[in-house]
Design a protein around this ligand. Structure first.
Ligand SMILES: [Ca+2]
Ligand SMILES: [Ca+2]
Length: 264
């Protein structure tokens, strides 16, 4: 009986240890949607026609030139990642993904920050109300934006520094846009809006951690005054650390269980 109590107590302590670590793993992603369940149940349409086809959210034309849709999102620091596809070569198309947006009494008007796409440019914008009231904070010209998928990563830290990456494949990618802007530090929604173009959206992930760290450039001066520049920024994704810790927890349980069993 005493052995059984010891055994159960040992396992319980081990399990408590492991489960105390898992909030670290699950707290990172605040919300996400890859539409692979075939619906957009957590989204709210403000204008136009939307549907999910083959695990992708897309607009389709019925009679509305404009489309708009939003998801609850209050994150103001961390990483916003998503894939967008623009399916038209119209020279007048506009679309915007507002990753930090505050609603107004007018359903299509927002205040906040977003990524705006035109035919050959991607902008980090500040929106002040109307869809047409966009101020460019920075932009880059980009080739082949239409009829191809573009992966966007936006990071924002507590000082209001935005880093925007297009088609980044590495955790130490050079940001395409770096801007510090602190006018808005509040968010209610993640909004996608278009005018005159068919848009597809997939793999939206909002994480409370900055997952992409720009390379840090350090200058080292040696005794003969030669200056060398090295790239750092090898910080691994937090999930790696968390998994290691969780793994250590599992090992802890096994060790405790072995010790308990040996004491029988
Ligand atoms: Ca869904
Ligand atoms: Ca998908």
């Amino acid at each position: 009986m005493k052995t059984e109590i010891l055994k159960i107590s040992g396992l319980l302590i081990g399990l408590i240890f492991v489960f105390s670590l898992f909030p670290l793993a699950s707290a990172a992603v605040v919300w996400s949607d890859n539409f692979d369940d075939g619906n957009y149940d957590d989204w709210n349409v403000t204008v136009g026609d939307w549907r999910v086809t083959d695990g992708i959210l897309e607009t389709y034309y019925v009679d509305s030139y404009e489309t708009g849709i939003w998801h609850d999102s209050s994150q103001i620091e961390g990483t916003w990642s998503f894939d967008v596809y623009h399916g038209s070569s119209s020279s007048a198309h506009e679309s915007v993904c507002m990753f930090m947006a505050n609603g107004t009494d007018t359903p299509t008007d927002y205040y906040g920050y977003g990524i705006r796409f035109s035919v050959n440019s991607i902008f980090l914008v500040k929106q002040t109300g109307s869809f047409l009231s966009l101020s460019s904070l920075a932009f880059v010209m980009i080739e082949g934006l239409v009829t191809t998928w573009t992966h966007i990563d936006v990071t924002r830290n507590s000082a209001g520094e935005f880093n925007v990456y297009f088609n980044a494949t590495s955790t130490i990618a050079e940001p395409d846009i770096t801007v510090v802007h602190t006018e808005y530090s509040y968010s209610e929604r993640f909004v996608v809006a278009t005018a005159g173009i068919l848009l597809k959206l997939d793999n939206v992930i909002v994480d409370d951690t900055i997952l992409i760290t720009p390379p840090t450039t350090t200058t080292t001066t040696t005794t003969n005054t030669t200056t060398t520049t090295t790239n750092g920024g090898t910080t691994p994704l937090p999930i790696d650390t968390t998994l290691l810790i969780a793994g250590a927890g599992v090992v802890g349980v096994i060790i405790i269980a072995v010790v308990v069993l040996k004491r029988r």
